[in-house]
Design a protein around this ligand. Structure first.
Ligand code: NDP
Length: 451
């Protein structure tokens, strides 16, 4: 059994089973057998089952959100959005089964057609930072394409995934089509990599574990999608609407207590407005509401664990703190929003993913230097550009090496647009129209008309 701790209080509130190798293999075997049935469910019927699953999630948004507040320390407003996102992702991919059409390609002597065939059992490995959305971004398109799914939630945050699997059954999904397997990454997750019946692994988490999963999957030429770390830049040019950019900056990095692979944790400010921008930023940081995450007014809750808090603190202890916000004292894994001045691009807090409410700031001279500094990282997941100059916005958007960018905003994720990273931030795309086909293989069939 694994004890679960409420991050806002530091107390154990429940425990869940931790599955071993034999139970994992048995579940994969059942999912493999169910695949033969699920792939043959008529597209319209599969679509209807996914719509019912979405409707079931919709009527349980508040229950799922409350679970996430307790298990993960997410603010209640974020947790409601996250449960709603699961519903929306299911609804979106419920439109896919009847539209997953192949092609007819002209050839001599017959007919040539292609099919998008499901892969088989898909293993989804989910981290603790966004337990609900990241699970749905894997299981919804995988199921829509006709695969069965085994899903391993993070040991720290399994409750919403376990509940989602129950809701899927209540909505009418057949047994073993979508199975949640709580347990250790080194046991359950690793078995998704080594068990040959799992034909694809979708992994979200640290770059180090992602690399080991990719090399493990290579042994069986198993497909992988990887969503890994980030160290995204928020570039503020002198001509930007500075008031708006400063007001928006805190949420872009402190949302979910900074435990977000898209966090804009490197702030690049053009030197001619550097002092003025920091003057605007300071009150926005200090007013960021860090409090009991179950309060509707909360903008940030605690970190996920004592370990994560110690990791985050290790980045701040030797750094030059410009200013910090507030956090509750006492029990729970609290850490205040903190702004650090970087003195060199070699500063550890500037280079490494902190995964906490820490923003590093550096000035730049001109467009060329902003691009060079933004790209001076092994990561490439997200980012933002603030300018009123359309030409500059387009030039910098094209030059910054990243998978997702926003101009004069910080939006990263819409369920109907693609999401994913370049460089060491990942491989493949989730969400939007692109994700579906990555859960299929193309089969080409030639039918002779000569006999
Ligand atoms: P991990 O990469 O260790 O964990 C992510 C998921 O992978 C968890 O479900 C974990 O299981 C599982 N896992 C761990 N090891 C293996 C393995 N060998 N084979 C298969 N699955 C495995 O991330 P951490 O939770 O340790 O976080 C460490 C750092 O990673 C963070 O501080 C942050 O920098 C980064 N991170 C990035 C995320 C992102 O969204 N890109 C998400 C989470 C973390 P288990 O439950 O046992 O840990």
């Amino acid at each position: 059994m694994t004890d679960l701790i409420n991050p806002a209080t530091g107390t154990v509130f429940t425990s869940v089973p931790s599955l071993g190798l034999e139970e994992t293999d048995a579940a994969i075997e059942r999912a493999h057998r169910a695949f033969g049935m699920w792939r043959r469910v008529a597209p319209g019927e599969r679509a209807e089952l996914l719509r019912r699953f979405a409707a079931m999630v919709d009527t349980h948004v508040d229950e799922l959100a409350d679970l996430e507040v307790r298990n993960s320390g997410h603010t209640i407003s974020n947790a409601r959005w996250e449960a709603g996102n699961v519903r929306n992702v299911l609804d979106y991919y419920a439109g896919a089964p009847e539209r997953l059409s192949g092609r007819q390609i002209p050839v001599g002597g017959g007919i040539d057609v292609t099919f998008h065939e499901p892969l088989g059992v898909v293993g989804v490995i989910v981290p603790w930072n966004f337990p609900m959305p990241i699970a749905a971004w894997g299981f919804a398109p995988a199921l829509a394409a006709g695969n069965t799914v085994v899903l391993k939630p993070a040991e720290l945050t399994p409750l919403t995934a376990i509940r989602l699997a129950e809701l899927a059954r209540e909505a009418g999904l057949p047994p073993d089509v979508f199975t949640v397997l709580p347990g250790k990454g080194s046991v359950v997750g690793q078995r998704f990599v080594t068990n040959p019946a799992v034909r694809k692994v979708c992994f979200t988490g640290s770059t180090a574990v992602g690399k080991s999963i990719m090399s493990g999957c290579a042994e069986q030429v198993k497909r992988v999608t990887l969503e890994l770390g980030g160290k995204s830049a928020n570039i503020v040019f002198a001509d930007a609407d500075l008031e708006r950019a400063a007001a928006a900056a805190p949420a872009s990095v402190f949302d979910n207590a900074g435990q977000d692979c898209c966090a804009r944790s490197r702030l690049l400010i053009q030197e001619s407005v550097y002092d003025r921008f920091l003057t605007l930023l300071q009150p926005a940081v200090q007013e960021f509401r860090v409090e009991d995450p179950s309060l509707p007014s909360a903008e940030m809750g605690p970190l996920i664990s004592a370990d994560q808090r110690a990791t985050v603190a290790s980045y701040v202890c030797d750094a030059d703190v410009a200013f910090a916000g507030h956090a509750p004292a006492g029990d729970g894994w609290w850490f205040p929003p903190t702004v650090l001045l970087a003195h060199s691009t070699e500063d550890r807090h500037w280079r490494e993913e902190v995964f906490g409410p820490v923003l590093s700031v550096l000035p730049f001279r001109d467009e060329a230097e902003a691009i060079r500094l933004a790209n001076d990282t092994e990561y490439g997941l997200s980012g933002s550009i603030w300018t009123r100059d359309l030409g500059q916005a387009l030039r910098v958007s094209q030059a910054v090496e990243t998978g997702t960018l926003s101009v004069n905003s910080h939006s990263s994720v819409r369920y109907w647009t693609p999401f994913g990273g370049v460089k060491q931030s990942g491989l493949g795309r989730e969400l939007g129209p692109d994700a579906l086909l990555s859960f299929t293989d193309v089969k080409n069939v030639f039918i002779s008309t000569d006999c």
